[in-house]
Design a protein around this ligand. Structure first.
Ligand SMILES: Nc1nc2c(ncn2[C@@H]2O[C@H](COP(=O)(O)OP(=O)(O)O)[C@@H](O)[C@H]2O)c(=O)[nH]1
Ligand SMILES: [Mg+2]
Ligand SMILES: [Zn+2]
Length: 296
């Protein structure tokens, strides 16, 4: 038997990546009887037959399950945002960071359109280069790339090897273009191509993992808004790393860094050690968490 990872189920067949190739698999009878569901990302054992196909014989327990898109055993999420056109929606980025971190998935920030951004920075003096520095300072892994020129692509590719990754971010940020720049095989439709084929903007239809830069990657349709996961107010601050590391210097143990006196987070904000936009987003999310608490 060989160990592999399920890429997708389609039309009663299952496609499994194992030993550097994709196997078309059917299910052992007992799985059908048990009505067990399979998800992309499931680690399976397959038994090859004479005609190069195989049957799925066993499934490993899942380490985690991401919803929307539904994928099992996700190692990391590439949060893809354009540096410019469109301007990055940092509220959405911080929301995705909360969601991904709370699901125990490592976030990797990838800012695209570096080529356009560099041009813009030459013509007008822009202050936005500091966004990437802001997130690096907090401790996040941050890459800046151009899917057009290939700048920075190799470094991102090196992070994908032997991992299961998902691409998330708003539509138009360059997720499909990034996937194409990273992979040397199968190409995904980018927005331009999809408009040509008159099929609308939502070209990314079903969930599937694809082989890319020595790892497995799922492209996702763009998120435009996202609800926060079910959190308590103290848990929210824990998901802001730059707050979590200072929170024990707050006067009150139960400090939620809002109106309390002697708050280490507000002091760090005043000293310029915490970015104002991060604190602003924190307060917005805190309000949402408090409102959600009231509803239950
Ligand atoms: N100049 C430039 N354009 C890009 C870059 N990445 C994506 N684009 C363009 O941005 C548009 C949206 O890209 P797409 O990959 O479809 O975004 P998605 O919706 O996130 O999958 C397309 O017109 C791409 O050609 C980049 O790094 N530089
Ligand atoms: Mg796309
Ligand atoms: Zn505090």
């Amino acid at each position: 038997m060989i160990e592999g990872v399920l890429l997708k189920g389609y039309g009663g067949f299952y496609y499994v990546y194992a030993e550097d190739r994709v196997w078309e698999c059917s299910l052992r009878g007992r799985f059908r009887v048990q009505d067990q569901d399979f998800l992309p990302g499931d680690r399976v054992k397959i038994l090859p037959d004479e005609d190069g196909k195989a049957t799925i014989e066993a499934v490993e327990p899942r380490r985690n399950v991401l919803t929307r898109p539904t994928i099992a055993n996700v190692d990391q999420a590439l949060l893809v945002f354009a540096l410019t056109s469109p301007k990055p929606d940092l509220n959405l980025l911080d929301r995705l960071l909360i969601q991904v971190t709370n699901a125990d998935i490592k976030p990797i920030l990838v800012f695209t359109k570096l080529d356009k951004f560099s041009e813009a920075a030459l013509t007008e003096d822009s202050e936005e280069t500091s966004i990437t520095d802001d997130y690096r300072k907090i401790g996040y892994t941050v890459f800046e790339v151009s899917n057009e020129t290939g700048q920075g692509i190799e470094k991102v590719g090196a992070r994908l090897k032997e991992k299961i990754s998902v691409l998330a971010g708003p539509s138009g940020a360059g997720k499909s273009s990034l996937f194409n720049a990273l992979s040397h095989g199968k190409k995904l439709k980018t927005r331009e191509l999809s408009l040509k084929s008159k099929r609308g903007r939502h070209t990314t239809r079903h969930v599937e993992l694809m082989v890319c830069a020595g790892g497995l990657v799922a492209d996702t349709p763009g998120f435009s808004s996202l609800f926060l996961p079910n959190l308590k107010r103290v848990e929210l601050a824990e998901l802001f790393p730059e707050f979590a590391e200072r929170r024990r210097q707050c006067r009150f143990n139960s400090c939620i860094h809002d109106k309390e006196p002697n708050c280490a987070i507000k002091e760090a904000l005043e000293n310029g050690e915490i970015s104002p936009f991060r604190y602003e987003h924190y307060l917005t999310f805190l309000q949402e968490v408090i409102e959600a608490e009231r509803r239950y």
